[in-house]
Design a protein around this ligand. Sequence first.
Ligand code: FAD
Length: 347
Amino acid sequence: MMAPSALSQVPVAVPIHTDTSSLPRSLFKSNNVSFHNKLWTPGLYLDSKITNSRLRNRFVVCMSVQQVSKPKVGVSPLSLEDAKEPPLHLYKNKEPYTATIVSVERLVGPKAPGETCHIVIDHGGNVPYWEGQSYGVIPPGENPKKPGSPHNVRLYSIASTRYGDSFDGKTASLCVRRAVYYDPETGKEDPSKNGVCSNFLCDSKPGDKVQITGPSGKIMLLPEDNPNATHIMIATGTGVAPFRGYLRRMFMESVPTFKFGGLAWLFLGVANGDSLLYDEEFSKYLREYPDNFRLLDGGAHIYFCGLKGMMPGIQDTLKKVAEQRGESWDEKLSQLKKSKQWHVEVY
Ligand code: FAD
């Protein structure tokens, strides 16, 4: 599938799995990308005519998007645009902000294993953030390990831009996977051991209150000093959250202070029971398309977000690619870190 109007502007078509039923529906729709039914950029390839059989039937999607001249959503710039540093720890664990749930939407299709929800939270403009930061959530109830105390805070990457899904700077969106526990012996769900916070969030209803902390994190901030930079984003599951924020800022919103003219690549490992498969997949892509990683030499930024298990395989592969080029990966990595091109947030 491809978007005809943007054909000449998108440089690379990349293989993906053809079954899109488990993709987050608010991220990908038919051959366009839409959010809450608003088309925001046509520059997307979902290439279903893959000739390489080894790459067919794999649960990895890749999109490459370049700026196209389409009308964008106008936003009234927030004072956040002028700040030199991101907001940090405005609300701490002992004094969280009480926000309100606006909506909870199931993101995945019926065949996806497990459930992932898109949750919009109204913070009234009181807990501003930059793209790539996280909120903490303190679920209601008592910490079973410390009777009388609240639960520990859980971190969630923010999946919206600083303007939020309603473009007014008053909401933040989270992409939350419901943690369900299955008894290894019976294979049956044991609700007493289900994840506390993710279930609280996915079960919440509009109007419910939620205790939030933060924002936190500087590693995954979107560098904006060069608006023509290349950004390579690699995600597993809910690791796509910060990238949704980036892509909206790059391609959907008309922000006077950031006119993106670069290139964005997104590799997304979608829901699958065996997380290490993603690791293999990403390593495969890196092996089979090593030239893409010459982009790093040209100053491209690379981001990894999602499951911890994705990193060792990726690092091994990058090491092999570097060796093939007669380079030392350790040196290359420390260079990338020094020049702030390497961004990792895995959990
Ligand atoms: P918990 O109650 O903390 O339980 C953790 C796990 O233990 C669950 O799988 C639960 O089923 C299991 N468990 C509970 N009791 C038992 C028992 N007795 N025996 C065995 N197992 C048990 N998550 C997202 O979904 N989206 C994000 O965008 C996101 N971003 C993150 C960003 C960062 C920087 C970090 C560090 C984490 C992020 N996470 C994200 C993970 C998130 O913080 C939580 O860890 C996750 O939601 C699980 O929390 P929970 O309260 O639901 O589960």
